[in-house]
Design a protein around this ligand. Structure first.
Ligand SMILES: C[S@@+](CC[C@H](N)C(=O)[O-])C[C@H]1O[C@@H](n2cnc3c(N)ncnc32)[C@H](O)[C@@H]1O
Length: 233
C-alpha cells in the first residue's frame, strides 16, 4: 500500500514537483522520498540523516516498499552528503531555522548550485529569511500548511537576489503577505499565541534579557494584531 503524507509533508512534496531527482536532508522516517518516488513525482531520491537511528527507520520503509533501486540512503550531516549538482531539488524540513541556515552556510558549493531548495523551518523563520536575503538566495515561492493549530511555513529557494521592503515580511513571508494566502490569518494567530507564551514567561522578571524580550514580544503582538485587523477588514 502506498504511504499517505501529513498535510505539511504533502505541501513540501508538491513544492518538489517538477524535479527529476531529490535529496531529503534529515529524512528521519523517510516518508517524503518514498511518497515522491511511489507517486512518480521524482525518479530518484537520496534519503539522508546525521543519525543512524532515524536512517534505519528510513531504510526499513524503503525496503518494505521495495524502492531500494530508486532511493539511496546516506549517513552524514547536512549537505555534506551531496556533490554539487547531484540532484535537482534538496529538501530540509522539520528542523530549526538556525540549523537550516548553518547547514546552507557550511556547504556553499552545494547550496549555491542552480537547483531548487525546499526549506521548512520549525522556528526562527525570520532569521532564515534574513540570512537568505543577505547570502545570495531568492525565494521563488512560499507555501503554508496547517495541522491542528500549527501552521508551517515552506520556502522554495534558488540562488539569486532579493530585497525585503517591509520588516514584517521576514516574519510573515512576502508571498503570504503580498497574496493574502488563505492560511495567513491562521499563521498570524499562531505567531500571536507563541509570542503570548513568551510574554507570560517573562512577565515581572527583572533581568535585562527578560525585560527586553518582554518588550519585543509585546510590541510584536501589537504589530501582528494590527496586520490581522487590516486583513480582516
Ligand atoms: C524532526 S525530524 C524531521 C524529519 C522530516 N524531515 C520531516 O520533516 O518530517 C529532524 C531530523 O533531522 C535530523 N538531523 C538533525 N541534524 C541534522 C544534520 N545536521 N544533518 C542531517 N540531519 C540532521 C535528525 O536526526 C532528525 O531525524
Amino acid at each position: 500500500m502506498k504511504i499517505k503524507l501529513s498535510p505539511r509533508l504533502e505541501v513540501i512534496a508538491n513544492c518538489v514537483a517538477g524535479a527529476e531527482s531529490m535529496a531529503d536532508i534529515g529524512t528521519d522516517h523517510g516518508y517524503l522520498p518514498v511518497y515522491l518516488v511511489e507517486n512518480e513525482m521524482v525518479t530518484r531520491a537520496i534519503a539522508s540523516d546525521t543519525n543512524q537511528q532515524p536512517l534505519k527507520k528510513a531504510e526499513k520503509i524503503i525496503s518494505e516498499q521495495q524502492l531500494e533501486k530508486q532511493i539511496e540512503t546516506r549517513l552524514g550531516s547536512g549537505l555534506s552528503v551531496l556533490k554539487p549538482g547531484e540532484v535537482d531539488a534538496v529538501v530540509m524540513a522539520g528542523m530549526g531555522g538556525l540549523l537550516i541556515r548553518d547547514l546552507l552556510e557550511a556547504q556553499p558549493d552545494v547550496a549555491m548550485q542552480k537547483k531548487k531548495l525546499v526549506l521548512q523551518p520549525m522556528n526562527n523563520q525570520a532569521v532564515l529569511r534574513k540570512y537568505l536575503e543577505s547570502s545570495g538566495f531568492f525565494i521563488i515561492k512560499e507555501e503554508l500548511a496547517q495541522e491542528g493549530d500549527r501552521v508551517y511555513e515552506v520556502l522554495v529557494v534558488e540562488p539569486g537576489a532579493m530585497t525585503f521592503t517591509n520588516p514584517l515580511e521576514y516574519e510573515l513571508g512576502f508571498e503570504f503577505y503580498a497574496h493574502k494566502h488563505p492560511l495567513l490569518i491562521a499563521l498570524i494567530d499562531r505567531k500571536i499565541f507563541l509570542e503570548q507564551q513568551i510574554v507570560r514567561n517573562t512577565q515581572g522578571k527583572t533581568t535585562a534579557v527578560a525585560m527586553k524580550q518582554w518588550q519585543e514580544s509585546s510590541l510584536f503582538i501589537e504589530k501582528l494584531n494590527e496586520v490581522r485587523k487590516c486583513l480582516s477588514n
